[in-house]
Design a protein around this ligand. Structure first.
Ligand code: SF4
Ligand code: SF4
Length: 434
């Protein structure tokens, strides 16, 4: 295969012909709305990919429009010809990565984050423990009093303000590998804990285990599970993403479970696409297909539990900000809403444009902070029109972004943002036996 053929295959050139340039995707695209440029629309990006594959544009021309894509996949839900934009995007990112058009600092930071940090349970645990120390020791107070957060790189100081309170290290250390409360159990599930969820939102992960137990299920946490690889794929590191997929498939094969449950829309979307990483007909492709057949979001599992009811009324107005990846890639739409509607006392007010991304998009809000805020501001206008007490979401990135949006609106005394799991547990679920 010559260089041109290799580029065309990697960049999914054949898939670009499915786009008939109709433009139906334009109103669905957040970056087209906020940046007002054809090159920053789905149609424009696909065109650029085609031009690069044909040698009429350079990879450098492609880099900025592709990197500014949120990867929210809203375009795929309205496309009449079912263009596989996700695969085109991933191929383009891989080609950008191969052509080394990233700066040295960006490459080194990514190599550390993707190669050593996210896949390591130890590093992620240390991050959680360090944050606990930072919050409890008075260091946070000192840093904030001296306004040192403003000097933090990548606007990390803004995110520091919205991090949830972390549990003490001994609480993390108490985590077991297997939980069972009701015998015989109604079923057995494995919990995919995720890297960011288990580090920054450890309490929500604990609440997830509790919800599954209250639903009568046995819960196992396979030892060798690792990061899902979504952030790697979003950065063009497809080979790393493939290695992580293999590690996860192997780890979860060791347990014979009914479902593999996750509580992060972005992770779930990556897990159900593992088969695309392997050649069709290969043994890894078959193993990936068996693995993905068991993937479920926690809301799907709970919505299917017969007799599940909520016993504690919660008198609050809530709105639901769906995770783009959960909705547009996993296709999980109604279960979170069905569960919220079951809680006595809750008033659910839906957003005008729930499908519009919040601007979080993995680490987009860190790498492209200003562009992400433009998207967030559109979202917050919608949220403020609904006046909720709480914004419910189902993904760690969306949760932090919503908290940031509340902070920016100066509305933190009026509303909060929380994971669906935390709201459901607060409502004291139980299974009514027949
Ligand atoms: S809706 Fe689909 S076919 Fe139409 S321009 Fe967008 S990507 Fe192309
Ligand atoms: S994935 Fe989202 S941001 Fe990217 S082109 Fe599609 S709609 Fe636009």
């Amino acid at each position: 295969m010559n260089d041109v053929q290799e580029l065309q295959e990697k960049i999914n050139y054949d898939k670009t012909f499915d786009c008939v340039q109709c433009g139906y995707c334009l109103p669905a695209c957040p970056t087209y709305e906020t940046m007002e440029r054809e090159t920053h629309s789905p149609r424009g990006r696909i065109n650029l990919v085609k031009l690069v594959a044909e040698g009429k544009a350079s990879v450098e021309d492609l880099q900025e429009p592709i990197e500014k894509c949120l990867g929210c996949m809203a375009c795929t839900t309205v496309c009449p010809t079912n263009v596989q934009y996700g695969q085109i995007l991933e191929g383009a990112k891989e080609v950008i990565e191969d052509h080394q058009v990233k700066s040295t600092w960006q490459r080194k930071t990514e190599d550390f984050l993707f190669g050593s940090f996210f896949p390591s349970g130890k590093w992620m645990g240390r991050l959680g423990n360090f944050t606990w120390f930072y919050q409890k020791s008075g260091l946070q107070y000192l840093v904030n009093s001296l306004s040192l957060t403003q000097a933090a790189p990548f606007h990390l100081g803004q995110f520091e303000q919205v991090l949830p309170a972390q549990p003490a290290p001994k609480q993390r250390a108490r985590r077991a590998k297997r939980y069972i409360r009701h015998r015989p159990a109604a079923g057995k599930v494995a919990f995919f804990t995720g890297c960011v969820m288990d580090s920054v939102f450890f309490e929500t992960n604990e609440n997830t285990i509790e919800l599954l137990l209250r639903s009568g299920l046995e819960v196992v946490l396979p030892d060798h599970q690792t990061c899902c690889g979504a952030l790697h794929a979003h950065s063009g590191k497809v080979e790393d993403s493939r290695e992580l997929a293999k590690r996860n498939i192997q780890a979860f094969e060791e347990e014979n479970v009914d479902y593999i449950v996750n509580n992060a829309g972005g992770c779930g979307a990556r897990l159900i696409e593992y088969h695309h990483l392997f050649e069709e007909g290969s043994s890894w492709h078959e193993r990936a297909k068996r693995f993905i057949s068991k993937i479920k979001d926690i809301s799907e599992v709970l919505a299917g539990v017969e007799g599940l009811e909520f016993t504690r009324p919660i008198h609050r107005t809530v709105t639901y900000q769906p995770s783009c990846h959960m909705t547009n890639v996993q296709g999980v739409q109604s279960p979170p809403l069905e569960l919220v509607k079951k809680i006595p006392g809750v008033t659910l007010k839906e957003l005008d444009r729930p499908d519009f991304c919040c601007g979080s998009a993995g680490i987009y809000n860190i790498i492209h902070y200003d562009e992400s805020l433009e998207v967030l501001d559109v979202k917050m206008k919608d949220v403020c029109g609904v006046h909720p007490d709480s914004i419910i979401t189902t993904n760690p990135g969306c949760l932090l972004q919503m908290k940031l949006g509340i902070e920016r609106e100066g509305a933190n005394h009026e509303m909060d943002a929380l994971h669906l799991v935390d709201l459901l547990l607060e409502a004291e679920p139980r299974v009514k036996r027949a």
